[in-house]
Ligand binder design. Structure first.
Ligand code: F6R
Length: 252
């Protein structure tokens, strides 16, 4: 089942998504939460950190597994996803850093790192709630459009579109890492609940295609149509095409 929520603004979308994530942690304080980086979830992370500092929720028993990391980048690099998570979320909440996991972008053997990460997720008993953004080409994590859905954590070459989209964070496109480690489709699809956040007009078309078009590895997010419990929190520009073509799908 897919439930779409549409907020007028980015702030509204972030607040709504934070409410869902907080509810998960309140209902199961030792939840395993799959996390994402990118611009979209920053507002949600801030809203959750505010709830935590007001004493409304605690992350002290939560364990997290991030979706992805650039390969070849040090965790201390200011564009690494580990650094992003520490700065934007972990340092602002009461989580134990030892309970947070991001694929190791400096692992000598990337394939061994993928196997380690899958084993780690399995040892946690899977993911209770998986947060996702969506790329302009439909990627989730760094699962890029291709000929097949890749089940396990994988070591991948980034597409030109992703390198281009991410180059805004680097001095130039040349500096954007060309490879990454990403959780595969299996761990995402086995998560008990999926929470997707999406904002901005540039995502409207791919979002509608992902949830109302064919299920195809050419649009990796389309596999979420097969997941039993998906909540999509969008702002009005991102939800515009769904609101126009499928207004009945939006429940709040
Ligand atoms: C990052 C990730 C990516 C992003 C996607 C959207 O961990 O999983 O799939 O969610 O690239 O990024 P933004 O939010 O920057 O548009």
């Amino acid at each position: 089942m897919i439930r779409f929520y549409c907020a007028e603004t980015y702030e509204g979308m972030s607040a709504r998504a934070a409410t869902f994530m907080a509810a998960q942690v309140l209902a199961k304080p030792d939840s395993v939460i799959g996390l994402a980086t990118g611009s979209t979830p920053i507002g949600m992370y801030t809203a959750l950190a505010d709830k935590c500092s007001r004493g409304e929720i605690t992350f002290k028993d939560v364990r997290t597994v991030n979706l992805d990391e650039y390969y070849g980048i040090d965790p201390t690099h200011d564009q690494s996803y580990r650094y992003f998570m520490n700065k934007n979320f972990f340092e602002k909440i009461d989580i134990c850093l030892g309970n947070t996991n991001v694929p190791n972008g400096k692992a000598e053997d990337p394939q061994a790192e993928c196997a380690r990460y899958d084993a780690l997720i399995d040892s946690y008993g899977g993911i209770d709630m998986q947060l996702l953004g969506i790329g302009r080409d439909g990627h989730i994590g760094f699962n890029e459009p291709g000929d097949a859905f890749i089940p396990g954590t994988n070591y991948i070459k980034l597409t030109e579109d992703t390198i281009d989209a991410n180059s805004r964070f680097f001095a130039s496109a040349d500096e954007v890492p060309k490879y990454a480690l990403t959780t595969g489709i299996r761990a995402i699809m086995q998560a008990k609940k999926i929470l997707m956040v999406v904002n901005g007009e540039s995502k409207a078309k791919i979002l509608e295609e992902a949830f109302f078009g064919p299920i195809t590895p050419a649009n990796p997010a389309s596999i979420l149509q097969l997941h039993p419990d998906v909540v999509v929190c969008g702002d009005a520009p991102a939800m515009a095409i769904i609101a126009e073509k499928h207004p009945e799908a939006i429940i709040g």
